[in-house]
Every structure is written in structure tokens, then in C-alpha cells.
Design a protein around this ligand. Structure first.
Ligand code: ZN
Length: 175
């Protein structure tokens, strides 16, 4: 009796499956973007998150709408697609760390399912790399430029912590 019920349940579940064919993962990432995808996976792993990124298309092209330098399209049963704008001031001539910020922002849309977050830290800086306006928020303190000492130690670390965990506490420099 119990077995019969389980079988019926199984059949019902089968019947309820959508008619869409199973999605076949596609991975097409330009060679110059690939190191950033690997870095994103590494930063996630450092924070205890194992990410399998095997279904992703990244391309250079045109965008319109809120994200000036890139757009992420995420639809069920489709390969997430990130389109980045190559023209200045987006990809071309951007600092490496700003490029990383742009790719990480869009990987968070496409791989982590995150949306935009406009809130500010108490000091007025953006609280998240997921703000839609400034993708260079952690750039200045990856590599101190010239003689200007970088006194915002841990800036990138905070933004990456927050990227993978929205509940990351406000850092000392953001108070
Ligand atoms: Zn965005």
C-alpha cells in the first residue's frame, strides 16, 4: 500500500515536469575574461562557497538600460549571458581592478542571483559592489597608486566578503 502510494506520487511528479527539454550547459568565456572568472571562484572558495561555473556566456557588445558598462541576462532554463561594453570608459583603459569589479558585479548577477544594492555605509561609500553606479568602489586600495598611501586597508576584502555574504558587518573604515 505504502509502495503503491509512493509510486503514484512519483508518477505525479513526473507528470508535473515542465515540457521544456533539459538545459544543456554552455560555457563560452573570452580568454581575457577567464582569469576574472577563476578569481571569482577562488574568492568564493576562500569564503567557504564552492561555485561550479559551467553554464555561462560572456561577450563584448552593446547594452542599454541601468548598467552602462554591462548587462546580465538570467532566465530559467537558459545559459546566463553577460554582455560587457568594450569602449572607454568601460573595459578599454579601465584599471585591471575596475575590470575585475565589473566582471564580479555581473557574475554576482548571473551566478549568485544577486540584484542591485544601493545602500551606503555610514561614511557615505557604497555598501556593496552590487551598486549599479560605481564598479570601481574597491579599486583604489588594491594597488596603492603613486605616493598616495592607501589607508583603506581591507577595502577589497570587505567588498568581496559582502558580495558572497550580504550580512557582512560594516568595516571600521566605513563607519
Ligand atoms: Zn548590475
Amino acid at each position: 500500500m505504502r509502495l503503491t502510494s509512493l509510486c503514484l506520487l512519483g508518477l505525479l511528479l513526473l507528470d508535473c515536469r515542465p515540457d521544456d527539454p533539459p538545459h544543456t550547459p554552455v560555457y563560452e568565456v573570452p580568454a581575457e575574461i577567464e582569469p576574472f572568472v577563476q578569481a571569482f571562484r577562488d574568492e568564493a572558495a576562500k569564503r567557504g562557497k564552492t561555485l561550479k561555473i559551467d553554464d555561462l556566456i560572456v561577450e563584448f557588445g552593446e547594452t542599454s538600460g541601468q548598467d552602462i558598462c554591462g548587462v546580465s541576462q538570467v532566465e530559467s532554463n537558459k545559459t546566463p549571458r553577460i554582455t560587457l561594453v568594450r569602449e572607454w570608459p568601460c573595459w578599454t583603459r579601465a584599471y585591471k581592478e575596475t575590470q575585475e569589479g565589473l566582471v564580479f558585479h555581473h557574475l554576482a548577477h548571473s551566478v549568485l542571483g544577486r540584484g542591485h544594492k544601493k545602500t551606503l555605509l555610514p561614511n557615505g561609500d557604497f555598501a556593496s559592489l552590487m551598486n549599479g553606479e560605481d564598479l570601481g568602489v574597491y579599486s583604489p586600495c588594491i594597488y596603492p597608486i603613486g605616493n598616495t598611501p592607501c589607508n583603506l586597508t581591507g577595502r577589497r576584502t570587505y567588498y568581496l566578503d559582502e558580495l558572497f555574504n550580504e550580512n557582512t558587518p560594516v568595516p571600521a573604515w566605513g563607519k
